[in-house]
Design a protein around this ligand. Structure first.
Ligand SMILES: O=C(O)CCC(=O)C(=O)O
Ligand SMILES: [Fe+2]
Length: 348
């Protein structure tokens, strides 16, 4: 159960208080962990033309092979030709920033309640010894429409609701295409994942703000985690870096990638693909001078559906890795806040 509210990071900053110990990461024996300052090597994230990948042409086949090798090696790609205009992506960034520039009083009209995700607030605190992440967020269910809680959708900045609605419709089309590309890249029927996910695939969009942090050497924007989604569409800040991925035990920073959408695999597709596609562990480091924003959309499996590795991806050479699992989101958050990977609970 969530503990009573701590302060939002913006409130901590505004009050000019000394940094609470609750944000400081304890030292571990692994010196690598302490490199929070962004001086890690840059990761190359392959670019995939989504429209071309689905085109039934030779070039399309090459694109699908590229997708396969990227997702089996590191679980993240930048997607181009996704059907969403640059202008719309720019508008989403802009409205996110404008929302966070509002007064605390205005933002609190959309404040989430203790023990629930939806709305504006800080990191959810599940235990007294949990190290807190340096972000504030606005968490909104966007799809299907009848699951929206409109009272949490900001009325100001003007246009926020309409633009998020438009973005959701466009994302939904892209999500269907991406599910098909995933299936095709694994030589499965186009609708294989879509059918397993159920008709009620849900989408949640999270608007993250990382204010400047006085101790970026000791505090993290977001602790290391893998996403519990099927996959995540991510718009990282166009100008301020901070996102890092763990690959073969080492951290790499994501390059700044204006105008593409990063898509990372989440635990659901790792399970359904029998571990062929990886749900990458990632984190966000804090920045001393600059604020950073990002907008992540989690595409989730219908909670009622049981998910498991697809038959066609199980063989003698590749035995089944995961059991059938339901209501994954219920166990996910507990594991997440302990810095553990929830997917371990699904391992055979
Ligand atoms: O801010 C980012 O770039 C990533 C955020 C993230 O990993 C998440 O919200 O799950
Ligand atoms: Fe994430």
């Amino acid at each position: 159960m969530e503990k009573p509210k701590f302060k939002s990071v913006v409130e901590v900053v505004e009050a000019g208080e000394e940094l609470s110990k609750r944000y400081i990461y304890p030292l571990t024996d692994d010196g690598e962990d302490q490199l929070f300052d962004g001086s890690v090597p840059e990761m190359e994230i392959p670019a995939i033309d989504l429209s071309l990948a689905l085109s039934f042409s030779q070039e399309g086949q090459a694109e699908l092979s590229k997708l396969h090798s990227a997702l089996s090696a590191c679980g993240v790609v930048q997607v181009m030709n996704h059907g969403i205009t640059e202008a719309l992506l720019d508008k989403i960034y802009e409205l996110t920033k404008q929302f966070y520039w509002l007064s605390s009083e205005e933002k609190k009209k959309y404040e989430r309640e203790i023990g629930t995700y939806e709305g504006y607030g800080g990191d959810m605190i599940l235990s007294d010894d949990q190290v807190l992440d340096w972000f504030d967020r606005l968490y909104l269910t966007t799809y299907p429409e009848d699951q929206r809680q409109i009272k949490f959708w900001p009325e100001i900045p003007i246009g926020f609701r309409e633009t998020l609605h438009e973005y959701t419709i466009k994302q939904h089309l892209m999500v269907e295409q991406f599910f098909k590309a995933l299936a095709r890249s694994l030589e499965l029927e186009d609708n294989c994942f879509l059918e397993m996910c159920g008709e009620n695939t849900t989408m949640e969009t999270i608007f993250n703000l990382y204010p400047p942090c006085p101790r970026p050497d000791k505090v993290l924007g977001v602790k290391p985690h893998a996403d519990g989604s099927a996959f995540t569409l991510l718009l990282p800040d166009k100008n301020v870096g901070g996102l890092q991925f763990l690959k073969d035990g080492k951290w790499y920073k994501a390059p700044l990638l204006p105008h593409t959408i990063l898509v990372n695999i989440g635990d659901m597709i790792e399970i359904m693909s029998n571990g062929i596609y990886k749900s990458p562990v990632h984190r966000v480091v804090a920045n001393k001078e600059k604020e950073r924003v990002s907008v992540a959309t989690f595409c989730n499996v219908d909670a009622e559906k049981e998910i498991q590795p697809v038959d066609g991806l199980i063989s003698e050479a590749r035995p089944r890795l995961y059991k059938a699992i339901k209501d994954y989101d219920k166990i996910f958050y507990d594991y997440y806040q302990q810095g553990r990977r929830a997917i371990e609970a699904a391992l055979i």
